[in-house]
Design a binder for this molecule. Structure first.
Ligand code: 6PG
Length: 253
């Protein structure tokens, strides 16, 4: 069965154009959220790909309403904040320490005794922030996601039980072949987000991008991300789009 085409795939020949587009989108989405609900809630990913984007966001700091922006993490590795693998540590270095954002607007995944405990506390923080009733999911305004070479996103990995979570907002993730345990937002939380943006750069992602975008039967974690009530974008640089047979990207609006 062919699934309905709700995603927008944008291929950028020049990296500067991609970053300009993404910063413009962030501004647009945040202004609309602040106008409608008074705050802008965004979840950010770790990994290497978004580092430059976060640094560029910092250059646009005067254009963005940091006082009304609430930053969450899409996922975190179970390591102290000052270790190089910490997603929060990376985001702090690249962005947070350069902008005037109140400390209470930053909702990181705290590292408690166990990943289970960290996931639970993070879930409680999200529930309180969004004033959620039992069995409801939050609606983040924006989530920036990356894609791993085997098709994982946030910390939802192919074949892992966290991917099947349907009730909880967060999951603790334990994988034999990953260096760290992790904590991740779950698929239903991601799918409830108003704007989901995958940022995918580099030739090492070309193969998986082809699988995700050209195989309608794909069950990879990324392929299970659907914008249930919003928009879903794939922003690709030229290298990541290298193996796509259909090179026409959705017109950029
Ligand atoms: C993480 C992430 C993860 C990441 C992908 C892509 O903590 O690792 O949040 O989902 O986005 O693994 O990582 P790269 O950008 O480093 O390729």
């Amino acid at each position: 069965m062919k699934r309905p085409e709700k995603r927008e795939v944008l291929i950028f020949q020049k990296i500067d154009e991609l970053y300009d587009f993404l910063i413009k989108k962030w501004k647009e989405i945040s202004e609309k959220a602040i106008e409608e609900r008074g705050i802008f809630a965004v979840a950010l990913s770790g990994g290497e790909t978004p580092v430059e984007f976060y640094q560029r966001l910092d250059d646009s700091k005067n254009l963005l309403a940091w006082g009304k922006t609430h930053i969450f993490l899409a996922d975190e590795r179970f390591v102290p904040f000052d270790e190089p693998d910490s997603n929060y540590g990376m985001i702090k270095e690249a962005l947070l320490r350069h902008i005037a954002i109140p400390a209470e607007n930053i909702h990181s995944v705290h590292i408690y005794k166990t990943p289970e405990m960290s996931a639970k506390r993070y879930e409680e923080e999200i529930k309180i922030f969004f004033r959620l009733k039992e069995d409801k999911f939050p609606q983040f305004d924006l989530i920036i996601l990356g894609i791993g070479e085997e098709g994982h996103t946030a910390s939802l990995f192919p074949g892992d039980s966290a991917l099947s979570e349907t009730h909880r907002l967060t999951a603790d993730v334990h994988l034999d072949n990953e260096r760290h345990d992790r904590v991740s937002l779950t698929l239903p939380v991601i799918n409830h987000t108003r704007n989901i943006i995958f940022l995918v750069l580099g030739e090492s992602k070309a193969e998986i991008i082809k699988q995700i975008l050209e195989n309608p039967q794909s069950c990879l974690p990324v392929s299970r991300v659907r914008a249930e009530n919003g928009r879903l974008f794939f922003l690709l640089d030229k290298a990541a789009s290298l193996l796509l047979s259909e090179k026409n990207s959705t017109p950029k609006k």
